[in-house]
Design a protein around this ligand. Structure first.
Ligand SMILES: Cc1cc2nc3c(=O)[nH]c(=O)nc-3n(C[C@H](O)[C@H](O)[C@H](O)COP(=O)(O)OP(=O)(O)OC[C@H]3O[C@@H](n4cnc5c(N)ncnc54)[C@H](O)[C@@H]3O)c2cc1C
Length: 481
């Protein structure tokens, strides 16, 4: 069984608390070992490289993928000689949030959008929803074209409310989103009253809504991309090589320091998400490492529980949110339960320890299917793997993407909260055009609220924790896929 946080944890870096720990719990997605997990392209670090990418999760590997395409002329660009790209990863490849998440590829159609509309106007809010929907479509197309074995499904994702007041609030949000006449709202349907439980199958549901989304096995997708990059000799991957610091030289380049030596480069891309403050301290108040919990539930051999055709976000009567993805093998991946652990701040907030569970929620998913879904009562469904992961929660709920303010040649793609899967693919493509061709943020298709800026950095630096979205404004630190 997974260990509790009172046991010993091994840290990678003695200098900072914002580094991955060395001994993460194994997630279900990683139970099949991969030959590239601990790969090093060369036994020594290259002394010189054109571009360093810090972090081999979905963001780092997608950025490398799109950089190579940019230079090969495959994105409508003029072909140019490939630069040397080195990826430095603190632990095994894809061992961070991407290898430990819920597998939901779920655009946010209307959940958080009102918050962004209120802050920055309807277009800024709609841009985010439209970008996420475009991500889902682009990834589906790419996965099909490349024939990638990563269990991609297109599904309806069902939001469920069991609390009457919460359901009324959600309906009001839905109505206000429809009043804006955003085209994409045509794909959403909302049910209230007696019908809800029969439509979603969740006991006690008083409302539900559904729209198009996807599910997948993120580890397999990222390892496929990595395999292709290594096969084509386009990148040098160095796992178990934590970046400790990045220092400017006098000629506009950088020395990137690791315990295995230093690499000199012209450009640095920070794709280390929750841990970005370990290498870019100015983000310490902006992107906070916050733990989440996830598990896989399976039924005994020979039992056939009622089929779940959709993915879910379930909210109980006491506002505990869970995201749920059914798998073709009959098992279920489910996580969340933040309401159960939010009061125990030290267990999740500013906490990088994914070597242990979150004690306050460790048992929440025992009997989850039996108590939640009609017809699952006698299935014997039980948790067979449970793990934690670390998300980069941002002060204003949006990721930070673009050139690091006042640091020419340094770029960031981090702070994806519990919601990176429907954002990262196209964000990485656009970032690659900024890095390789000097395209400005404004010329890209990335939603304007995702631009990293001195103003956003300072707002978090100077603001109180309670004024930010992580602790304040009643927003739970949910993984909100
Ligand atoms: C339990 C859980 C459930 C989730 N569920 C979903 C979901 O269903 N849908 C969804 O959209 N999102 C979900 N998320 C969020 C999603 O997983 C992330 O937004 C996404 O994976 C972020 O990708 P990334 O590449 O930016 O970060 P990561 O995958 O965390 O990659 C960052 C990498 O940087 C490395 N690194 C860190 N510091 C250094 C350093 N100093 N030097 C070198 N390397 C370093 C890390 O080891 C890591 O491999 C979930 C997250 C968790 C934890």
């Amino acid at each position: 069984m997974p260990i509790s946080c009172t046991d010993q944890t091994t840290t990678i870096s003695p200098n900072s608390t914002c580094y991955p720990v060395a001994n993460p719990l194994e997630s279900f997605w990683q139970t099949e070992t991969h030959p590239l997990s601990d790969h090093r392209s060369t036994s020594e670090l290259p002394l010189e490289t054109d571009i360093v990418i810090i972090g081999a999760g979905f963001a780092g590997i997608s950025t490398a993928h799109h950089l190579v395409k940019e230079f090969k002329g495959e994105l409508g660009t003029t072909p140019r000689p490939l630069p040397s790209i080195t990826i430095l990863e603190a632990r095994a490849a894809c061992s961070g949030a991407t290898g430990r998440n819920g597998g939901h590829l779920r655009p946010d159609f209307y959940g958080h959008i009102p918050k962004y509309i209120e802050r920055s106007g309807p277009r800024a809010g709609a841009e985010i929803a439209e970008f996420e929907i475009a991500n889902l479509r682009a990834l589906k197309k790419f996965i099909e074209e490349e024939n990638i074995d990563c269990d991609l499904t297109l599904t309806r994702s069902i939001d469920v409310w069991c609390n009457k007041q919460a359901a009324e609030n959600a309906k009001a949000i839905y109505d206000s989103m429809r009043a804006h006449k955003f085209d994409y709202m045509d794909d959403v349907i909302f049910y209230t009253g007696d019908k809800a439980e029969g439509i979603c199958g969740v006991k006690g549901a008083v409302a539900c809504a559904s729209f198009s989304a996807g599910t997948l096995w993120p580890f397999k997708l990222v390892m496929h991309l990595l395999h292709k990059l290594l096969e084509s000799k386009s990148v040098n991957l160095q796992t178990h090589t934590p970046v400790q610091s990045v220092r400017s030289d006098e000629a506009g380049g950088f020395f990137v320091d690791t315990p295995r030596g230093q690499v000199h480069t012209r450009k640095v891309i920070y794709a280390n998400n929750a841990y970005v403050a370990g290498t870019l301290p100015e983000y310490a108040k902006n992107i906070i490492p916050c733990k989440g919990i996830c598990c896989r539930i399976a039924v005994p051999d020979g039992i056939r529980p009622p089929l779940l055709n959709n993915s879910y976000i379930n909210r109980t009567i006491d506002h505990t949110l869970s995201y749920l993805v059914p798998r073709s093998d009959g098992s279920i991946v489910v996580g969340g339960a933040a309401a159960k652990f939010k009061p125990f701040r030290e267990q999740w907030y500013d906490n990088v320890d994914d070597s242990c569970l979150i004690d306050a929620a460790a048992e929440y998913y025992y009997n989850y299917m039996q108590r939640t879904y009609r017809g699952w009562e006698d299935t014997g469904a039980k948790v067979d793997t449970i793990w934690t992961g670390v998300m980069g929660y941002s002060y204003d709920s949006n990721p930070h993407i673009g050139q690091v303010p006042s640091k020419e040649g340094q770029f960031i793609i981090a702070g994806f909260n519990g919601h990176g899967m429907p954002v990262i693919w196209l964000a990485a493509q656009e970032l690659a055009s900024m890095v390789s061709r000097g395209v400005s943020f404004e010329e890209t298709k990335i939603p304007r609220l995702f631009k990293t800026s001195a103003q956003r950095i300072n707002r978090a630096k100077l603001g109180r924790e309670e004024d930010g979205d992580i602790i304040g404004s009643g927003n739970l630190p949910t993984t909100n896929p």
